[in-house]
Write a protein that binds this ligand. Structure first.
Ligand SMILES: Nc1ncnc2c1ncn2[C@@H]1O[C@H](COP(=O)(O)OP(=O)(O)OP(=O)(O)O)[C@@H](O)[C@H]1O
Ligand SMILES: [Mg+2]
Length: 320
């Protein structure tokens, strides 16, 4: 990865109040060149509002956002030329054709002549827009509108991409194609993508942040976030029903194990053993069962589920 030290996006204590409600409340993060940052949070958490402030479409109540060192508020022109933005929802200009829209988008980014034509052709090919080029945008399907929005964000080959739910409304093949595209272009860019699809975090994000009610509640690599899941390092094992009760008793008595949850399915029993402090315990659980002469079919360690982490970090706050 080239030059990962370069901090292309630097967000410091960004806040946006709508009346008395703080939609975004003191959010800070950064993204380096070569990195894809996932931006997660429940509906209404403040993701789109944050993205609008980073891209200069909404002015912050307080705090700063810098793109390649340029302050969004005081150097908007420098920022606009370095940033590509896919807003949520459909593109504007429903009367235009995609071809005219992309040409227009390239023009307002200062691209000229052959260079402009080359860039427009390039994004048309990358986003597979050939078949809809001459239709009116408002008649396109949701997926094509989304891809057109992405093409518009990429047309000037910006260093920073802010993509608000880029794969929303795409079919599985197109989701895959867009994720592949992001992986291909990320080397020399800093990319922020908001998403509700946690598998997307695994597929393309180097790090993720989670916000809730405008406040940052979690941050880390996918592996680091998983390590915070309730079931991180839980030992799952399957065994014949008649061995279940004894196994649960033996494992539950081990000093390293906090609790055991049994589930019956058919003539099999599944046990999930949760180690204290999430320590790795698969080897000692297996050794203990063998020493007791208890047969089991399968034993594996849970990595931890991102959806559990998401819920732990966001639902608890709502209840609290
Ligand atoms: N222009 C506005 N005026 C008043 N309130 C607004 C405005 N824009 C957003 N909000 C409020 O700010 C909060 C954050 O909204 P935002 O659209 O940023 O959330 P989000 O995380 O993008 O949600 P989603 O996952 O549904 O896209 C919400 O409570 C929303 O109603
Ligand atoms: Mg949003």
């Amino acid at each position: 990865m080239a030059d990962t030290g370069a901090r292309l996006v630097d967000v410091d204590c960004l806040t946006k109040a709508f009346g008395s409600v703080a939609a975004v409340n003191g959010v800070s993060f950064h993204v380096n060149r070569g990195e894809v940052l996932g931006f997660l949070g429940p509906n209404g958490a403040g993701k789109s509002t944050t993205m609008k402030m980073i891209t200069g479409y909404l002015s912050p109540t307080s705090g700063t956002a810098r793109i390649g060192g340029a302050d969004v508020r005081t150097e908007p022109r420098a920022v606009k030329s370095r940033i590509g933005y896919l807003p949520e929802g459909a593109p504007l200009y429903g009367d235009m054709t995609p071809e005219a829209y992309l040409d227009f988008s390239a023009r307002i980014r200062g691209l000229k002549g052959d260079d402009r034509q080359r860039r427009v052709r390039d994004v048309i090919a990358r986003l597979q827009l050939e078949e809809v080029l001459h239709r009116r945008i408002e008649t396109l399907s949701k997926g094509f509108k989304r891809r057109l929005g992405l093409a518009q964000a990429l047309v000037h080959d910006p260093e920073v991409l802010i993509l608000d739910e880029p794969t929303d409304g795409l079919d599985p093949n197109q989701k895959h194609a867009v994720r592949k595209l992001i992986a291909e272009i990320k080397t020399d860019k800093a990319i922020v993508i908001s998403t509700h699809l946690l598998e997307e975090v695994d597929a393309i994000c180097d790090r993720a942040i989670i916000i809730d009610h405008g406040v940052l509640v979690g941050e880390g690599t996918p592996a680091e976030l998983r390590a915070r899941a309730e079931n991180h390092n839980a030992v799952a094992l399957a065994l014949p029903m008649q061995n279940g009760a004894k196994a649960a008793k033996v494992i539950g008595a081990m000093p390293e194990i906090a609790r055991v949850v049994p589930t019956a399915s058919g003539n099999m029993m599944t046990l999930i053993a949760y180690p204290k402090d999430h320590v790795f315990a698969a080897d000692i659980v297996a050794a203990r069962l063998r020493s007791e002469g208890i047969d089991f079919h399968e034993l594996h360690t849970e990595a931890g589920r991102l959806d559990l982490v998401f819920r732990q970090l966001t639902i608890q706050r709502q209840v609290a």
